[in-house]
Write a protein that binds this ligand. Structure first.
Ligand code: HEC
Length: 158
């Protein structure tokens, strides 16, 4: 909260106390947006699919026929990675939304780290640079893991 918001909140708090409502927490609902589902849904339905597109477009896999390069081979293929990276990058912003964020300290650091790593992936895909995309994919993965280490309930670890 900026000082101005705090002041506004205080003023409003005084008024609202008269109405026996009060309360000025960070998620008092005075923003015109809110998560459309649970944190779990955000992870599995919003963040994971585009992340998989990025990870599935970098590096190589071993098959019965030998090593197969995963990097896109067409402009359309690279564009799909650009689009996926844009979704993940914006996801970092969404993670800081009241209702999804668990605090505004380390959580915000991880969220911003996710945006930075995803923008790195986006630039790599725009440049059609497979090595840079592989590195950015690793950076994204590290942020996912770091946040999970800190915030995911231990019994949810697999
Ligand atoms: C800012 C913190 C944070 C970041 C960054 C983050 N997650 Fe999560 N994630 C969580 C939390 C907290 C949960 C537990 C949610 C729950 O169970 O309600 C979770 C749960 C999940 C789950 C469900 C896991 C399960 O065992 O069912 C998946 C899948 C997931 N995250 C994927 C990702 C991916 C992929 C990324 C990176 C692209 C990522 N997350 C980045 C905090 C984060």
């Amino acid at each position: 909260m900026t000082i101005r918001q705090q002041r506004r909140c205080l003023t409003r708090g005084v008024l609202l106390t008269l109405l026996a409502m009060g309360g000025c927490s960070a998620d008092s609902g005075d923003v015109p947006y809110a998560p459309t589902g649970s944190q779990y849904q955000f992870m599995t339905e919003y963040l994971e699919p585009p992340s998989d597109v990025i990870w599935g477009s970098a590096g190589a896999i071993l098959t019965a026929e030998g090593e197969v390069d995963l990097q896109p081979t067409t402009d359309e293929g690279w564009l799909k990675v650009v689009q996926a990276a844009t979704v993940v990058a914006e996801g970092g912003n969404l993670l800081m939304m009241p209702g999804l964020a668990m605090d505004n300290a380390d959580w915000h650091e991880y969220a911003q780290g996710l945006t930075r790593a995803a923008l790195q992936a986006k630039r790599a895909a725009q440049a059609q640079d497979a090595d840079a995309l592989f590195d950015a994919g690793g950076a994204i993965y590290n942020v996912c893991r770091a946040c999970h280490n800190q915030y995911m309930a231990q019994d949810e670890f697999q």
